[in-house]
Design a protein around this ligand. Structure first.
Ligand code: GLN
Length: 379
């Protein structure tokens, strides 16, 4: 077998979903909602089931999907995006990120990754032959040290991966932080690959700034996102990359040979989401704000120390007081004996961190209350 395979494990996030299923635990590990997608999208899916399409779409995305997507991304990025040359539709942002890295990086070239990080980036860089340079986001605020970041840039990386809002720590990068990254990207001629799947889940008063919208940055940014979290359709595997034509031309070739294309019936059903009014996004944020409050208030009353996410739908819990030395073992016990699936924090950190676990709160209120109830019995 390829040597690459021994360089990373299977995804711990997705493994925890399987373990949760084994023990019939409440799955707060892999982040996905347990509520229905918006009704208009479901109604449209029912129509598509009968009327099609059921055959391949154009490799880089069905025309109507790309047209609607370009309009929506133009609004968000504050510039006109051309559906025919600046977009590629992918199988989730998972493929988008892999394609983005493979489009830019030659074997042996370096990529900056902030730690903690979404675990796919580690495997993505190894699979594309890149070498990660990790830069710490330091708890409790998950700020980076500007000098440490510049030192990483001095190693002449090809790209920096920016997960904003960040999974797992819930950090929303401030405009000032992004501007600093932009200055370095310019100075060291580095690309930026963003993963902005939680772009619409940013808690007030925090504000999401698209890196590609900063002056001069569109040219060097590959903006990756997906419909999974925004329209609660994680299983549909619909994502996309937006970037200048010269980059997208390369990305489309890689995407073509990796997957041929994202599911055509699902594109035909989901594209109407891009036409939703602002009210939809306000409601989505209100829903997640409410769920965040349920979980965080509950953890406070249990006296469990936790992060306070500025965005996304994850919270990191400090499990030091439970007396385990191994977060993996803690999560196994939590799933088996308490009935809650969680992700061990160590799977997100380059640093040796074993006192954190990650829970997500994209769940029905009653399920969140039940999880809190179970946690109380563990104490
Ligand atoms: N982003 C989700 C999480 O961190 C999972 C996404 C996935 O498994 N593709 O849990």
């Amino acid at each position: 077998l390829s040597k690459k395979i021994s360089l990373f494990t299977d995804s711990v996030i997705r493994r925890m979903t399987r373990i949760s299923a084994t023990y019939n635990a409440i799955n707060l590990s892999q982040g996905f909602p347990d509520f229905q997608p918006p009704k208009p999208i479901l109604d449209r899916l029912a129509e598509v089931a009968h009327n099609g399409p059921h055959q391949y779409a154009i490799t880089w995305g069905a025309q109507n999907f790309r047209d609607a997507l370009a309009e929506y991304r133009s609004r968000l990025l504050g510039r006109t995006i051309d559906p025919n040359s600046e977009i590629v539709v992918t199988c989730g942002s998972t493929e988008a990120m892999m394609v983005a890295i493979m489009t830019l990086v030659n074997p042996g070239e370096k990529v900056i990754i902030f730690s903690p990080f979404y675990e796919n980036y580690g495997a993505d860089t190894i699979l594309s032959g890149a070498e990660p340079i990790y830069v710490s986001l330091n708890p409790p605020e998950f700020t980076f040290n500007p000098d440490e970041l510049e030192a990483a840039f001095q190693q002449h990386p090809k790209a920096l991966i920016l997960c904003n809002p960040s999974n797992p720590c819930g950090k929303v990068f401030t405009r000032k932080e992004l501007e600093y990254i932009a200055t370095l990207a310019d100075k060291y001629d580095t690309y930026v690959i963003t993963d902005e799947v939680y772009e619409h889940i940013v808690y007030k008063p925090n504000v999401h700034t698209y890196f590609a919208s900063l002056p001069g940055m569109y040219e060097r940014t590959l903006t990756c996102s997906s419909l999974s979290k925004t329209y609660s359709i994680t299983g549909w595997r619909l994502g996309h990359i937006t970037a200048p034509p010269s980059i997208i031309e390369g990305a489309r070739k890689i995407h073509d040979f990796l997957t041929v294309g994202a599911a055509s019936p699902l594109q035909e059903a989901a594209y109407i989401g891009f036409k939703f009014s602002q009210q939809y996004y306000d409601d989505l944020l209100a829903l997640y704000t409410h769920k965040k409050n349920i979980l965080l208030d509950g953890l406070d009353s249990l006296g469990i120390i936790h992060t306070n996410p500025q965005g996304a739908y994850y919270v990191l819990l400090d499990i030091s007081e439970f007396g385990f030395t191994d977060d993996l073992e803690f999560c196994e016990v939590l799933a088996r004996d308490v009935g809650i699936g969680a992700v061990p924090g160590s799977s997100f950190f380059k640093e040796p961190v074993n006192y954190l676990i990650r829970l997500h709160f994209a769940k029905d209120d009653a399920t969140l209350y039940e999880a809190l109830n179970r946690l109380e019995h563990m104490k």
